[in-house]
Design a protein around this ligand. Structure first.
Ligand code: 13P
Length: 278
């Protein structure tokens, strides 16, 4: 069933697990993410980034996810990831998304608070929950996200930010990167503990791809309730396609798409199981 993201994350927070938020851009990935979540009996978040609005029909996409979610036994949330424009957020809310992320992380704190609060006020009137971010993630390899400056989240500012914006969940920058790590990951779990001590809303970890399992597990222990995954799923599909076309000269798109879904299944399942923290 389609579920309110805030309710789903509050439950994760009280039971100490994290919900996977998969970045998707097409029917095939939506289907695999929801099917695997159902198989593992875990909730799942389907996340569409604002950067894909030029190529994805947002209203059509939302209707598709809602239709699939309606016949699914586990909670399915529909989330707008990394949105920078108010118009995109309003469009997502109007078309039925259950949560939105406003990314004002490039602004100074006061401005970020000002813009985020405006979005929170609009979204809450529609019963839609809001994620926001202070601090910023650097970009690693194979990522499709914007380059950030890698500034870590300051716990005291996080407290002020949440109190003044009334945001529902907070993305904390603790050293993960969008995409694959180039060199050893340098992730500050002590900082996450400090943020946790200052802030009581569910915390979100961006940059799940390539992050070592033990760090993921410890971050969940320290309050992470939602983990975003994009690059590793994309890599599984793309490397399958590269190999496929080296070996097969003639084929049909329907076969290729079905096989690509199979190639994404293990990586999606791996993350759902890891985050379930059983
Ligand atoms: P990865 O590409 O590292 O999985 O990060 C995804 C993400 O955080 C999207 O917001």
């Amino acid at each position: 069933m389609l579920a309110n993201t805030k309710d789903v994350l509050k439950q994760a927070q009280s039971q100490r697990y994290a919900v996977a938020a998969f970045n998707v851009y097409n029917l095939e990935t939506v289907q695999v993410a929801i099917q695997m979540a159902e198989k593992e009996e875990q909730p799942v978040i389907i996340a569409l980034g604002e950067r894909y609005f030029p190529t994805v029909d947002v209203e059509g996409f939302s209707a598709m996810v809602q239709r699939i979610a309606a016949k699914t036994s586990v909670p399915v949330c529909l989330h707008l990831d990394h949105a920078y424009e108010k118009e995109s957020i309003i469009r997502a809310i109007r078309s039925g998304f259950t949560s939105v992320m406003y990314d004002g992380s490039k602004y100074e704190l006061e401005q970020n608070i000002h813009y985020t609060k405006e979005i929170v006020d609009i979204a809450h009137m529609a019963g839609v929950s809001v994620e926001a971010e202070i601090g910023s993630l650097a970009r690693g390899a194979f990522s499709d996200e914007e380059e950030g400056n890698g500034t870590l989240t300051d716990p005291k500012l996080a407290k002020q930010f949440v109190a003044e914006t009334n945001v529902d969940f907070l993305a904390a920058a603790i050293g993960t990167v969008h995409g694959m790590y180039q060199g050893e990951p340098n992730i500050n779990l002590a900082l996450l503990e400090e943020i946790r001590n200052e802030v009581d809303v569910p915390l979100v970890l961006h940059g799940g791809s390539g992050t070592p399992d033990d760090i993921i597990k410890n971050s969940i222990k320290s309050g992470i309730c939602k983990i975003n995954i994009n690059t590793e799923v994309s890599m599984a599909a793309v490397s399958y396609l590269q190999n496929y076309f080296q070996e097969n000269k003639t084929t049909h798109l329907s076969t290729v798409m079905a096989n690509t879904q199979e190639a994404m299944e293990p990586v999606i399942t791996k993350f759902i199981r890891l985050f379930a923290n059983k």
